[in-house]
Design a protein around this ligand. Structure first.
Ligand SMILES: Cc1ncc(COP(=O)(O)O)c(C=O)c1O
Length: 340
């Protein structure tokens, strides 16, 4: 089966498999006190040009939960977009682990702005209301759109001026960096982001994500929370060795560039099909489109994908690091066949 459902439906890049294999020789100390993990931590520091703390996790949800746990108590709230993964797709994990509430703002194509955030900053110091402590944005957003570097900086400046911490859910951060074509340290370190969930899985790893902590005052208890949240891998070297290979020589950007370019190719072919209406700006590796309802099931039998909004017949198609031009050609010819 080939699929346009999600970039985590694809397999694992061969360099990553090799990295796992080459880490699979000697014994090492468990739980991250090993050469592979120390090397990967240094790779992250070099990448961000900052003395960051790095916590490897199994899951993106795990990295997000740790980020929130480090910055929100049960009486706090987390300001995020209504479309945020932490709101829609994490089964209340943040609320469960932190007790904090989410203040979900109406978003425009997945994005929130400083003026939206400002509206939530009332009742500060009032014990009857949860107290905002974090702003969480996704880069790219769940709708595949992007915050510009200036927009991230503006959110950070505003948040910090109001004693709020900034978290970026970067499950697909590589796609954002590849699309904007700016060094990642300029997008994240220099703008003032405090916490980044750095995605590996969707970018071509087998599994593994990382919470990168820029504001070290937030690190104090993360290692304890990681254990409690069941994200502390005993054979951590198999996550860290993957990250070292992914980040060295910019493999992560190369893979994301390919994925983004396959989306552009698909977009150009879909533009020729009048029955398909693209609904969102296409900025990374996702396409949202309204399609005739009769097309959905027959097409899904050949290429699995998700319906995003049932009422609107809006579907999501995503490309991946291993999507080929042949996949796109075949998918588009299937669409044409089904339309008839
Ligand atoms: C924006 C975003 N954040 C986080 C995640 C992490 O998910 P998981 O816990 O499945 O690794 C995903 C996965 O779909 C995502 O799209």
């Amino acid at each position: 089966m080939r699929s346009f459902a999600s970039d985590n439906n694809s397999g694992v890049h061969s360099d990553i498999i090799d990295a796992i294999t080459s880490a699979n020789t000697q014994h090492t100390i468990a739980y991250g006190d090993d050469v592979y993990t120390h090397e990967a931590e240094q790779v992250f520091k070099n990448l961000f040009k900052a003395d960051v703390d790095v916590y490897f996790t199994f899951l993106g949800t795990g990295a997000n939960v740790l980020a929130m746990k480090s910055s929100a108590q049960s009486f706090n709230s987390v300001i995020c977009a209504d479309t945020a993964h932490i709101n829609v797709d994490e089964c209340g994990a943040v609320q469960n682990f932190t007790g904090a509430s989410l203040k979900c703002l109406p978003s425009v194509n997945g994005k929130i702005s400083v003026s939206d955030i400002a509206k939530e900053l009332h009742s500060i110091g009032d014990e009857h209301h949860s107290q905002p402590s974090v702003v969480s944005i996704s880069q790219p957003t769940e709708l595949g759109t992007l915050y510009s570097v200036d927009e991230i900086r503006a959110i950070c400046d505003f948040a910090h001026a109001h004693n709020l911490i900034v978290h970026v859910d970067g499950a697909r951060i590589a796609n954002a960096v590849a699309a904007i074509n700016v060094p990642i340290n300029e997008m994240i370190t220099d703008t003032g982001v405090d916490l980044l969930s750095f995605g590996g899985t969707k970018n071509g790893m087998m599994y593994g994500e990382a919470l990168v902590v820029f504001n070290k005052s937030l690190s104090a208890n993360v290692k304890y929370f990681r254990k409690q949240a069941m994200q502390l891998s005993s054979k951590m070297r198999f996550i860290s060795a993957q990250f070292t290979v992914l980040l060295n020589n910019n493999l992560y950007i190369q893979l994301a560039k390919h994925s983004n370019s396959m989306t552009k190719l698909l977009q150009s072919k879909l533009n020729e099909i009048s029955q398909i209406k693209i609904t969102r700006p296409i900025e990374t590796n996702a396409i949202f489109a309204k399609v005739p309802v009769s097309l959905i099931e027959p097409l899904r039998e050949k290429y699995f994908f998700y319906t995003w909004n049932e009422e609107e017949n809006e579907v999501r198609w995503m490309t991946s690091f291993d999507t080929t031009e042949e996949d796109i050609e075949d998918f588009v010819s299937c669409i044409k066949d089904v339309i008839g």
